[in-house]
Design a protein around this ligand. Structure first.
Ligand SMILES: Cc1ncc(COP(=O)(O)O)c(C=O)c1O
Length: 362
């Protein structure tokens, strides 16, 4: 079977060796005679899996000891309310949000249910094509929230915003988690749905400073309080066991590939191949502004939606799958997460060249 180049924005391409190993583990997990899908979350085998997954996450991400590593459910979307529910709490506080796209807007809409939201910066008037430089914070925000990579619009913060002193920084890193090294000591809380850079859908990684996990109102249902998961090491109830196993294997793969510095270098090379082509192209153009371009989701288009559709159809026919832009914005989007191979990027650039030549001469 020939596998396609999968440009999907998530669930997305996973490392080949991880998938092969998982095939085996589904039948017989590491010689236990029981498949990984069938092991009890309280048994010795899974206890070892979740412990080593956390250890690897700590090593790969250089996660400080005062941060807890949690494996939750509900996707990043559940964090849109869980963050304000736990950190804003009593309904009178203000949180500052950076509005850089569709996902930021959803996070803002849910935060507004729990307190006041001050939008500290926004690129909405310009179609979310860039990351605003200098947020203007409110007088005393409870926390500051930003989306490090906007999956739909294809923009990415070069570095994190600087919150006012002592104010926790909260980040939705769903589409660029572990794509480059970041200094987690600067962050109060980072969350990410796993289905782009970490594993399958169904597990959400939360990295939270332990003191923040204790701030939530204690009258919330137990599964909605971060402190529950810290105290029970993500085993308060049945966690997404298979997803956690795969995340552990993806993290082992990242380590074998040389860690986040090496991964970041490779991601930069892949993204540059496409952006360099787009900058010179007479038919295609990049959507995001140069200083804000994402290394994970490259958004581009022609001047004609019909031509965009023709390109996507031709790409699909050639085994380059998932290049249609998000349904809300159209155009094209190449999602090139950690596990996406450079050969696939070259295949895309070659196809764009061919398509362009056909348009110019044809
Ligand atoms: C940046 C970002 N935040 C949040 C989400 C929502 O994640 P989930 O579907 O896991 O709830 C996505 C999904 O693509 C995303 O890209």
């Amino acid at each position: 079977v020939t596998r396609s180049y999968n440009f999907s924005s998530g669930p997305a391409v996973l490392p080949g060796p991880v998938l092969r190993k998982a095939q085996e583990a589904i039948w017989d997990f590491e010689g236990t005679g029981i498949g990984i899908l069938e092991h009890s979350h309280r048994g010795a085998a899974f206890t070892e899996v979740i412990a080593r997954t956390e250890e690897r996450a700590r090593r790969v991400g250089a996660i400080p000891d005062d941060h807890a590593v949690l494996f939750l459910q509900g996707g990043a979307t559940a964090q849109f309310f869980m963050v304000p529910q736990n950190l804003l709490g009593n309904g009178t506080a203000t949180a500052d949000y950076c509005n850089t796209g569709t996902w930021s807007k959803k996070a803002i809409a849910d935060a507004e249910r729990y307190g006041t939201v001050h939008v500290a910066c926004s690129s909405e008037a310009d179609g979310f094509t860039y990351v605003p430089e200098a947020p203007s914070w409110s007088a005393s925000p409870t926390y500051v929230h930003f989306t490090s990579n906007e999956t739909i619009h294809g923009t990415q913060w070069r570095r994190e915003p600087e919150p006012p002193p002592g104010v926790p920084l909260v980040c939705d890193a769903s589409s660029d988690i572990f794509s480059r090294p970041i200094d987690l000591a600067k962050y109060g809380l980072v969350y990410a749905g796993a289905q782009k850079n970490l594993g399958p859908s169904g597990v959400t990684l939360v990295i939270i400073r332990k003191d923040l996990a204790e701030r939530g109102p204690e009258d919330l249902p137990a599964v909605l309080q971060y402190r529950t998961y810290v105290a029970e090491k993500s085993l308060y109830n049945t966690p997404p066991t298979f997803g956690i196993y795969i995340v552990g294997e993806v993290l082992a793969w990242i380590e074998a590939e040389g860690g986040l510095a090496a991964i970041a270098e490779r991601n930069a090379v892949k993204a540059k191949l496409i952006y360099d082509f787009l900058d010179d192209s007479r038919v295609f153009r990049g959507v995001a502004r140069p200083g804000s371009r994402s290394t994970m989701n490259v958004t581009f288009r022609t001047t004609d939606p019909a031509l965009d559709r023709a390109f996507v159809a031709e790409a699909t026919r050639r085994g380059l799958d998932g290049l249609a832009g998000h349904r809300s914005v159209g155009g094209m989007r190449a999602s090139i997460y950690n596990a996406f191979p450079v050969e696939g990027v070259r295949a895309l650039v070659d196809l764009m060249k061919e398509f362009e030549l056909g348009r110019i001469t044809g």
